[in-house]
Design a protein around this ligand. Structure first.
Ligand SMILES: CC(C)(COP(=O)(O)OP(=O)(O)OC[C@H]1O[C@@H](n2cnc3c(N)ncnc32)[C@H](O)[C@@H]1OP(=O)(O)O)[C@@H](O)C(=O)NCCC(=O)NCCS
Length: 148
C-alpha cells in the first residue's frame, strides 16, 4: 500500500471505471490526488487493485471513496484500506462517510469495521440508469477506538 499521486491518475481512473457503477470523473479524481487536505491510498497486486480517498475536515476524517477491483474482492483489500484510514484519524476524531442506502456490500463492510448509521439524506445520490430514481445516502460514523 502506498500514497497515490497525480502520476497514478491513469491507473486510478481505470480502476474506478472497472469498480464503480457511477465512476468519478478524471477531473474529480485528479482533484482528490492534489488536494491539500486529501490523501489517496492504493493497493497494488501488482497493478492498482484498490484505493481509498480520504479528506480531513477540521478534526474529522472523511472517507470520500473506496473501491476494490471486481477480480480482487473478498480478499481483505478494502479492510486494509479502512484500517489505514483509522490509523490516520486523530485520537479525538471519528471517521465519517456517506454510502448509497442500497449498497449492501459497502454497508456490510463498514458495519464489519464498527461504523454505525447516524443519519440519512433522502435523494442525495443521482439515479443509476435512465429508469432509476435518486437514492438516499446513509451517513455512517466510527470512533477510532475499537479498530479491527
Ligand atoms: C464494497 C467494496 C469496496 C468491498 O471491497 P472488498 O475488498 O471486497 O472488501 P473486503 O474483502 O475487505 O471485505 C471485508 C468484509 O466486508 C463485508 N463485505 C464485503 N463485501 C461484501 C459483500 N459483497 N456482501 C456482503 N458483505 C461484504 C464482509 O463482512 C467481508 O468479510 P468476509 O469476506 O470475511 O465475509 C467492493 O465491493 C467495491 O469496490 N464495491 C464497489 C464500490 C463501492 O461500492 N464502494 C463504496 C463506496 S461508499
Amino acid at each position: 500500500m502506498r500514497r497515490l499521486g497525480v502520476d497514478d491518475l491513469p491507473a486510478l481512473l481505470e480502476l474506478e471505471r472497472a469498480a464503480q457503477v457511477l465512476p468519478w470523473t478524471s477531473a474529480a479524481l485528479r482533484e482528490e490526488l492534489a488536494h491539500v487536505d486529501g490523501e489517496v491510498l492504493g493497493v497494488f497486486a501488482p497493478a492498482l487493485v484498490g484505493y481509498i480517498s480520504l479528506r480531513r475536515i477540521v478534526d474529522e476524517l472523511w472517507i470520500l471513496n473506496l473501491a476494490t477491483h471486481p477480480d480482487h474482492r473478498r480478499a481483505g483489500i478494502a479492510s486494509g484500506l479502512i484500517s489505514a484510514a483509522k490509523d490516520r484519524a486523530t485520537s479525538s476524531a471519528a471517521l465519517w462517510l456517506e454510502v448509497r442506502e442500497g449498497n449492501a456490500a459497502a454497508r456490510a463492510l463498514y458495519e464489519h469495521h464498527g461504523f454505525s448509521v447516524v443519519g440519512r439524506r433522502p435523494g442525495y445520490y443521482p439515479a443509476v440508469g435512465p429508469q432509476g430514481a435518486r437514492e438516499a445516502a446513509v451517513l455512517m460514523r466510527a470512533a477510532k477506538i475499537g479498530k479491527r
